[in-house]
Design a protein around this ligand. Structure first.
Ligand code: F6R
Length: 613
């Protein structure tokens, strides 16, 4: 999704801005631009990568202590130099960068055209900056007031930063529904960004703007915040806990590979301080006040998107099997528009790595409006979802930069497992010895992941064989069905190979027609309880000349005999299978994508956090 960077202070703004744009590349974008204020406003914009913008700017005037910059992920209008941000007002004295969507931009645009304004781009953003200019001129108010009035007539979501030639020592920022962080610098300066990644190398003191807040950043002055109703707000300064190291590749070729390998430790971090190996007790401080509610819940509703949705599906098996609580798992984007039946007795769990996914946020709002309590499972501390939910548990997986989610998934599943086990124990729905076995095994999972990562070399060989396939089928049963969905999603998003995840037994109701010697079928076949059934599904594929790549538990001999390629992973409790089985699937998609020459960390058309619906 679009990214914002801003700087105001004594340093030269350009290096900070361009650096910040590089840091934001992981979010996904199609064009980039920078505006610098130095007596006059200078804007440079280019379609394509940040490096294209950097080449374009080379040799041009980049002086200035104030500036704003943007990576754009097209919503209104195709990716090109004109639609790229920043956008200037008709007088060319105001510049804006914007994330989000102004839904009533068409009406506002018509009114402005009637008042003599002209538009160069197809964007909603250009409408907003001209609306501000028009109000400023018409109402004879200062820029801050013009922004405040303009935002009152805007419907939609925005994170904006405005620079002005008339006020060269000031930036104005505001947000609603789209995140914006102010970094309070150590040298009388301020940084702005859509997430903390461009800020962390300069300061660890940040203020997360709340909806409808306007920040006024003036050189050498303290940060001022007011809301659009003109109420003064005291800035709440927080410490950032992420380290700069976590934002670097540290010798790995891609962030995705680094993050796959990080899972040995990220899962430990998700469990740290929560699972006590001395008495095997689980303690989840963030939801302590909601444990009784969960224990007595008649049902749980999980809402999420993409990979987080797949983690939610794993959560369904966990809560139903261990805590005996019925669970419904919903795509947040569907949930929000289908008049869900919720009461005050309901508890909703929202899962999100970024904590900024617009559909998940909207689902949370709806659940809250209906009186339900909402718990969050988020990775990004300070994110909108972590703040909008009544309580929650952070996954503590560390920053996930690769667009394809890997360590966030296993961290989400780890947290769901801890939650389900904790509630199961409180409720008495699990016998003590079984609880002990699972908890002990969960504690051992990082070691098992380390083992599973050793399949890497074999997976490179398998990837070589199948890198040119046009279609893949992923099959799994029981708790391995969501793993199949996740494996297919990983492959399609980074290698652009069509892949489908299916419950293995459903295959005969349709997808079996696709099977031939050209379509590899990945079967996640570590199930203990329905081993024979999975075996039969494999035979059905083999009988149609299908090629089987099987993920099996180490020591398996039956399925291994039937499969064409066998990837052995360490044994674990079946309920914990997803944590181990996901690893080879992540590696398979990674290697195939690399072999196909795909941009693994920045797959086409994708955004890391989807802040528009
Ligand atoms: C897939 C992927 C996406 C996200 C989805 C939800 O690899 O990254 O499918 O899982 O956009 O994002 P979050 O978890 O940030 O809400």
């Amino acid at each position: 999704m679009c990214g914002i960077v801003g700087y105001i202070g004594e340093k030269q703004a350009y290096p900070i801005l361009i650096n910040g744009l590089y840091r934001l590349e992981y979010r996904g974008y199609d064009s980039a631009g920078i505006t610098l204020v130095n007596e006059t406003i200078k804007s440079y914009k280019q379609k394509g990568k940040v490096s294209v913008l950097e080449d374009f700017v080379s040799g041009k005037d980049i002086k200035g202590h104030v500036g704003i910059a943007h990576t754009r992920w097209a919503t209104h209008g195709e990716p090109n130099n004109v639609n790229a941000h920043p956008h200037l007002s008709n007088s060319e004295k105001l510049a804006i960068v914007h994330n989000g969507i102004i839904e009533n931009y068409d009406t506002l645009k018509k009114e402005l055209i009637n008042r003599g304004y002209t538009f160069h781009s197809e964007t909603d953003t250009e409408v907003l900056i001209n609306l501000i200019e028009d109000i400023k001129t018409k109402e004879k108010v200062d820029l801050i007031e013009a922004v405040r009035i303009a935002l009152q007539s805007v419907i939609g979501a925005y994170a904006i930063v405005i620079a002005s030639e008339e006020y060269p020592d000031m930036l104005i920022a505001a947000r609603k529904g789209s995140p914006l962080v102010v970094g309070v610098g150590k040298e009388n300066d301020f940084y702005l960004a859509s997430d903390a990644t461009p800020i962390i190398q300069y300061t660890d003191e940040v203020v997360y703007l709340e909806d409808e807040e306007i920040a006024i950043l003036k050189k050498g002055e303290i940060l001022q915040i007011k809301n659009i109703k003109n109420k003064t707000i005291n800035p709440y300064v927080q410490k950032l806990s992420i380290s700069l190291d976590a934002l670097e590749k540290q010798g790995y070729e891609h962030f995705m590979l680094k993050e796959i390998y990080e899972q040995v430790n990220s899962i430990k971090d998700s469990m740290r301080g929560r699972l006590n190996p001395e008495n095997w007790n689980i303690m989840l401080g963030g939801i302590v006040d909601y444990e009784l509610r969960l224990m007595n819940a008649k049902r749980l509703i999980i809402v999420a998107c993409g990979t987080s949705f797949h983690a939610g599906l794993v959560g369904e098996y966990l809560f139903e099997e261990l805590a005996r609580i019925p669970v419904e798992v919903e795509y947040a984007s569907e949930f929000r528009y289908r008049k869900p039946i919720l009461t005050e007795d309901d508890t909703v769990i929202a899962i999100s790595q970024s904590g900024e996914t617009a559909d998940t946020l909207a689902a949370i709002q709806i659940a809250k409006e209906k009186g339900a309590k909402v718990l969050g499972i988020c990775n990004v501390v300070g994110s909108s979802i972590s703040r909008e939910t009544h309580a929650g548990v952070f996954t503590h997986a560390g920053p996930e930069i690769g667009v394809a989610s890997t360590k966030a998934f296993t961290a989400q599943v780890t947290v769901l497992t801890l939650m389900a086990l904790r509630i199961a124990k409180m409720k008495g729905s699990i016998i003590a010895s079984h609880y002990q076995q699972i908890v002990h095994e969960l504690y051992e999972i990082p070691n098992k992941i380390e083992e599973a990562l050793k399949t890497d070399k074999l997976i490179v060989e398998i990837s070589e064989k199948f890198k040119n396939a046009h279609n893949f089928l992923y099959l799994g049963r029981g708790i391995n069905f969501p793993v199949a969905l996740e494996g297919a999603l990983k492959l399609k998003e980074i290698s652009y190979i069509h892949a489908e995840g299916y419950p293995a037994a459903e295959m005969k109701h349709g997808p079996i027609a696709l099977i031939d010697e050209n379509m590899p079928t990945v079967v996640i076949s570590t199930n203990k309880t329905i081993y024979d059934k999975v075996m039969s599904n494999i035979q059905e594929v083999k009988a149609r000349k299908g090629v089987i790549i099987a993920i099996v538990s180490s020591g398996d001999n039956q399925i291994s005999e039937s499969a064409d390629y066998v990837i052995e992973v360490p044994h674990t409790q079946e309920i914990l299978d997803p944590l181990v089985n996901t690893i080879p699937l992540q590696l398979l998609s990674y290697h195939i994508a690399v072999m196909r020459g795909c941009d693994v960390d920045r797959p086409r058309n994708l955004a890391k956090s989807v802040t528009v619906e």
